[in-house]
Design a protein around this ligand. Structure first.
Ligand code: NAP
Length: 248
């Protein structure tokens, strides 16, 4: 069966590492991006230079019409989707809960939660054997923050990832007998540019010494777990989590 994957937020960080690893394992990959077209095109160029197949498609995952357009362009250009990585996510400046306003909460929950629901909805419509599809697998990118709470940094972000954990359990049970597996990874302290968005580019190095493994993680280490969960090796695994947080 042809393997077709959408990686949301594939233009950098964990998403870019996942897109490249997937392409090297025979997936045709749609690298979704929001604002950074040049970075997404670079990921596509890297994949094609290595002999793989990929396209870049702009879409804001929190926008319903963008998500519909994203999935229909993949239908047209690559064919039926077999794997979705719900990776796109944001956080904002570190602050305590009493300083967080409603506009920020909306942005966080729309990008992280609404976006994942909308993309999963479109994937299920296409993959479900109930709808004539061939099955498939979804991996949601949650965070260890869902367990740890991110106190003093971004409790809003952590709570949005808590929602992703519950979403993973619920959706996995809803579609388990329709040929779709749904799992999640819960990374933390991974070297990406996301920490700069929170106002602390050196955050991983600051925390590394306090982790059981005494080091931060790399996007490729998260990508390896995502690809395993999507693979046939994980054929009896659904509704579960792999933590990638250096033992924390
Ligand atoms: P990152 O380097 O900041 O990359 C985020 C990606 O998401 C970018 O490609 C960005 O696209 C895309 N994106 C953001 N908002 C979007 C939207 N509305 N629609 C579509 N794409 C959007 O982040 P990362 O560190 O790789 O994190 C990836 C995922 O892992 C996130 O869900 C994050 O919460 C989770 N995570 C990361 C860590 C960590 O330590 N880094 C820990 C736990 C969980 P553009 O650049 O094109 O705008």
């Amino acid at each position: 069966m042809k393997k077709v994957m959408i990686v949301t937020g594939g233009s950098r960080g964990i998403g870019a590492a996942t897109a490249k690893l997937a392409a090297s394992r025979g997936y045709q990959v749609c690298v979704n991006f929001h604002k950074n077209e040049a970075a997404a095109n670079q990921v596509v160029d890297d994949i094609t230079a290595a002999g793989g197949a990929a396209i870049a498609v702009q879409a804001d995952v929190s926008d319903e019409s963008d998500v519909k357009r994203l999935f229909s362009s993949v239908d047209e250009k690559l064919g039926p989707i077999t794997a979705l990585v719900n990776n796109a996510g944001i956080l904002e400046q570190q602050m305590r809960v009493e300083a967080i306003n409603a506009a920020r909460l909306k942005r966080i929950f729309e990008a992280n939660v609404v976006g994942s629901f909308l993309c999963a909805r479109e994937a299920v419509k296409r993959m479900s054997e109930k709808h004539g599809g061939q099955g498939g697998a979804i991996v949601n990118v949650s965070s260890a923050a869902a367990r740890l709470g991110a106190a003093g940094e971004y409790v809003d972000y952590a709570a949005s990832k808590g929602a992703i954990d519950t979403f993973t359990i619920g959706l996995s049970r809803e579609v388990a007998e329709e040929g779709i597996r749904v799992n999640a990874v819960r990374p933390a302290f991974i070297y990406t540019d996301m920490h700069a968005d929170g106002g602390e580019p050196g955050r991983v190095d600051r925390i590394a010494e306090s982790l059981p493994m005494k080091r931060g993680g790399h996007p490729s280490e998260v990508a390896n777990a995502i690809l395993w969960l999507l693979s046939d090796e994980a054929s009896y695994t659904t509704g579960t989590f792999i933590d990638l947080a250096g033992g924390k």
